[in-house]
Design a binder for this molecule. Sequence first.
Ligand SMILES: [Zn+2]
Ligand SMILES: [Zn+2]
Length: 236
Amino acid sequence: MSNLELKDHTTLLDSIRNKLTNCSKNNIIFYCNSCGEAYSIPLRCDLILCEKCGYRRFLKLRKKFLPILKTQQNIKLLTLTWVKGSENKGDILLRHRQTRRLIKEYFDGGIYTFEGLAQHVHCLVVGRYVPTSIISNKWKKITKTSKIVDIRKANLNGLNYILKYVCKPPTRLMSEFVKYYNFWFHNRRVSTVGIFYNYHQVKIKIELLCSKCGDALTFYCISESVYDYPLCKPLF
Ligand SMILES: [Zn+2]
Ligand SMILES: [Zn+2]
C-alpha cells in the first residue's frame, strides 16, 4: 500500500468514525411563524455501520413490507449461498440478477437481503412448496459453482429475520469499517421481486407543518446540541 493510499484509507476511516460518533447529535431547528413553537430534526449518519440508524431502517422497512406480507399465506424462507463472499463490489449486480432469476423461476415474488460481503442472500418468498433438490440444481445451473440452498416454511416473523441482515451493523471491528463501507457504497442490500416489486413506491411528500397550529415551518439553524433549544419538540 502506497503512502497516498494509506492516507486516503486513514482519512475515510476517520470520517466514518466521526459520522458514527456524531450521529443524531446535531439538529436542524425549525420554528413556526404563527404560534412560535420550535421543532428539531436530528441529523443522522445513515451509515450501514450505525446501530441507531440501523434500527430506524428496520422499523421503516418493516412498516413498508408487513401489510403486503399479511395478505399472503404461502410464505417461505429461502437462503441461497455462493461458494465465497464477493471480492469485487461490481459482482453484486450479477448476484442480484442470479437471485431474481431463481425467485422468478419458482415463486410469485419475494423480498431479499444480502448478508456480509454477499456470500448469502436471505429471501422471504411467496408461492407453493418446491423441493430443495430442484432449487439446488437450478442454483447450480445459475451460479455454475454453488448448489447450497435452504428452504423452509415461514410466517410473518420471517420478515424480522431477513431484515436483521440489512439493519444490524455488518461488523463491529473498526479495522473492517472501510471495507464494508466501500463494498456497499452505491450497492443495494435489499430488493424485491414479483408481487413485492415496486410495492408502496408512492413517494410521500413530507411537509414541515406545525402540529399545534398547522402552519408551515421556517428553517432556523443547525444546532450542535438540542440542549441549546430545550423547548424544541422532535418533528419525527
Ligand atoms: Zn404553529
Ligand atoms: Zn447513524
